[in-house]
Design a protein around this ligand. Structure first.
Ligand code: PLP
Length: 377
């Protein structure tokens, strides 16, 4: 009996009665970190743990990455950085991608967070604090090389650096940018952004540089520079469209059958009677719905049981959905059984594709009602 099956016995505490079970494989996470670090060659491999480590729980994920050798962590918001500092303690470098909003500079400094400086107001705010404290403060300069989202425009950087006191009070740790189309290796945007980035770097030759997130790592060494910043690939999401996924799957999601029934051909099912069964069918009501992150927009949604595909019938409800389980082996799938929603037959990316979205959105929408089991801790 595997460890997880043992956890699922009815007498095994909360897991035995949970409506749905989310397993998060921390050993696979650590292995993914090591794989990405190896891919990055001589570049330092950081980890992006924004949005509560893409929904998987930064309090469990970040220490595992630290134990695997990661020293640099990226979050999006100052509040996430404060929480992460209390998880990791001193020593880890924690970077805030969105930077310090005016008024949050002191909080940033108290918790030893490194803000990304994305525009003039963030630069002025951080330099102002450095002046008042009479010491240099660590910072990262972001340049927008072609995404129109965050960072100084390349010509703004030029104008800025023409001023002799441009970087006064700053301990500039990194100059960074972000790729818009890294998931598509053939996109000409990648080479265009790389060339803009190289031009900006010539103005700051002594400052380490970072351009690649998960997908960028797989564009090759030209894109690695001094530090890479993967997020999604750590959590098992495929870094490149249309290519085999080199990452190990990290999450598994199983949901419990609450009720089964046999219905004759022609029976309408669920809200709006949006579907009608075509044959005499066996149906199972399963305790997972859109409130848990099973997208209502999913077309061709399905679960698996014993290697058999069980299609979703009709609309997804808030707390439940209905599966056609006619093809499951007779007598095997009764109330209490667990069906695979994300698992060996359908990974996160495939589940996302069925819902018309991306693996990132599936992970960050994982509900808070799941019983979470961390494996390999
Ligand atoms: C989210 C983010 C990352 C991580 O991206 P992934 O595609 O998840 O690897 C890296 N850098 C920046 C600036 C980001 O916003």
């Amino acid at each position: 009996m595997s460890m997880i099956d043992r956890d699922l016995r009815p007498d095994a505490g909360p897991a035995g009665t949970a409506s749905a079970l989310l397993t998060i494989d921390l050993a696979a996470l650590a292995e993914n970190y090591r794989l990405l670090a190896a891919r990055a060659g001589t570049a330092t491999c950081a980890a992006v743990v924004k949005a509560d480590a893409y929904g998987l729980g930064a309090d469990r994920v970040a220490p595992v990455l630290a134990a695997a050798g990661c020293r640099h962590f990226f979050v999006a918001q100052v509040g996430e950085g404060v929480a992460l500092r209390s998880i990791l303690g001193p020593g880890a470098v924690i970077v805030v991608l969105n930077g310090a909003a005016p008024g949050s500079e002191a909080t940033c400094a108290i918790h030893d967070l490194v803000p990304v400086l994305n525009d003039r107001s963030q630069l002025d705010g951080w330099q102002g604090l450095a002046r008042r404290r009479a010491r240099r403060l660590p910072a990262i300069l972001q340049v927008d090389t072609g995404m129109a989202r965050f960072g100084f425009a390349p010509d703004e950087v030029g104008a800025l650096l023409d001023r002799p006191d441009a970087l006064a009070g700053l301990d500039l740790r990194l100059v960074m940018s972000h790729l818009a189309c890294a998931g598509e290796p053939d996109s000409p945007v990648n080479a265009a952004q790389l060339s803009v980035f190289r031009a900006v770097r010539r103005r700051l030759p002594a400052v380490p540089a970072s351009l690649a997130a998960s997908s960028g790592i797989f564009l090759g060494p030209d894109f690695h520079f001094d530090l890479v910043r993967p997020g999604a690939a750590l959590y098992g999401i495929a870094p490149q469209e249309g290519a085999p996924n080199p990452m190990r799957p990290v999450i598994g999601l199983r949901a419990r059958v609450m009720q089964t029934r046999s219905v004759p051909a022609g029976t309408p099912v669920g809200y709006g009677h949006a579907a009608t069964v075509a044959r005499d069918s066996r149906l199972a009501t399963v305790a997972i719905g859109y409130a848990d992150g099973f997208f209502r927009s999913t077309a061709g949604g399905a679960a698996w049981f014993g290697g058999v595909r069980l299609p979703v019938v009709g609309r997804v409800s808030m707390d439940s959905l209905v599966l056609d389980v006619t093809d499951a082996a007779p007598g095997t799938l009764g109330p209490g059984a667990l069906v695979d929603i994300v698992g060996p037959e359908r990974d996160v990316d495939a589940a996302a594709a069925a819902a018309g979205t991306i693996g990132y959105e599936v992970l960050t929408n994982l509900g808070h009602r799941f019983h979470r089991v961390y494996l390999g801790a």
